[in-house]
Design a protein around this ligand. Structure first.
Ligand code: SF4
Length: 326
């Protein structure tokens, strides 16, 4: 059974002049222990998808349709308190800025011990030992001393290691990591991604890794979902999506992966910009930017179609038979 199922998810933001639809019919699932990358440009709906799953949509955002199931149980309609318990125990969250997840007024040890004792039957000594072990696991040097330090006494990279320890403290089955390295120094981004991958594997946790960086996806994920204008443009095994992108948007993202042999910027290969929510184009939302637009693309919106070993929401694949992943 899938660990997480997102089915036809719709997220809307009501405002004075109407309603903006930020996610429109988004579906995917995550298997136990799997790393699913969610990628796309800013405004594609990546972070909103993550926030909907962990029950932290910014008001007035609301789930207006579809379902989210964790281990077969619906969690999309739970109240704040019930979701808070699920967040600590069954879903861990890691955000771009480690300070979002840490209380500046408490030592990291106190925060870890509190999280551990909220979710697991541990006495003070056991919880402290477990906290030290978690800090050690995440590569914090001298964890026996560092456990009593406050967040401001850690560097950005070390703080994100503490957040990873905190997210894994209650042994959740799923970690939702939203741009976990974007705020960090480039030189330590790879270390944090490597750590996240290793430690989640060690703890048997699946990861939903939200990033704008296709390079990170390529190195880290088993499968990838490419979002565009609040919908899944393509989803499939990561090596297939990278080597045989079926959606012209994915192909554009791939062309934008930095190449160390050439001097080019990331995500600069696709002309135009992600449409605003109040101006989503008719038919395929990508059609104004697509080099392969056809008449049909402007009028009819494609659903996900079998496209080689992936699935792509693109009319180019309307009649192409599916093939097994290599
Ligand atoms: Fe391009 Fe048409 Fe495919 Fe959209 S449906 S990505 S416009 S070819």
């Amino acid at each position: 059974m899938s660990l997480l199922q997102v089915k036809n998810l719709v997220v809307e933001f009501p405002h004075r002049h109407g309603t903006l639809r930020a996610l429109d019919d988004v579906s995917f699932d995550i298997a136990p222990g799997e790393i699913l990358g969610v990628v796309g440009e800013s405004g594609a709906g990546k972070s909103i998808t993550g926030a909907a799953i962990i029950g932290l949509l910014e008001p007035p955002g609301r789930i207006a349709g579809g379902q989210i199931l964790l281990e077969g149980e619906r969690i999309d309609h739970l109240g704040f308190e019930q979701m808070r318990r699920i967040r600590g125990k069954r879903i861990g969250a890691i955000f771009q800025d480690p300070l979002t997840s840490l209380n500046p007024l408490q030592s990291v040890g106190r925060q870890l011990v509190e999280t551990l004792q909220t979710h697991l039957p541990l006495n003070d000594r056991q919880a402290r030992e477990r906290a030290i072990a978690l800090l050690k696991d995440t590569g914090i040097p001298a964890p026996e001393q560092r456990i009593d330090h406050y967040p401001h006494q850690f560097s950005g990279g070390m703080r994100q290691r503490v957040v990873i320890a905190l997210a894994l403290a209650a042994e959740p089955k799923l970690i939702v990591a939203d741009e976990p390295t974007t705020a960090l120094d480039v030189s330590i981004q790879a270390q944090i991604i490597t750590l996240l991958k290793r430690i989640c594997k060690q703890h048997g946790a699946a990861v939903m890794l939200i990033t704008h960086d296709m390079g990170v996806i390529a190195e880290t994920c088993d499968r990838v979902a490419v979002l565009y204008a609040g919908r899944v443009a393509e989803i499939g095994p990561v090596h297939e999506v990278i080597n045989h992108p079926a959606h012209p948007y994915t192909a554009g993202l791939m062309a934008a992966i930095p190449d160390i042999t050439q001097d080019r910027e990331q995500l600069n290969q696709i002309d135009g910009a992600m449409p605003r929510l109040n101006a989503i184009p008719s038919g395929c939302a990508f059609h104004p930017r697509c080099p392969q637009t056809m008449d049909k693309c402007m009028k009819e919106r494609p659903d996900l179609l079998g496209a080689g070993a992936t699935r792509a929401a693109c009319w180019l694949h309307a009649d192409v038979p599916e093939r097994e992943p290599a």
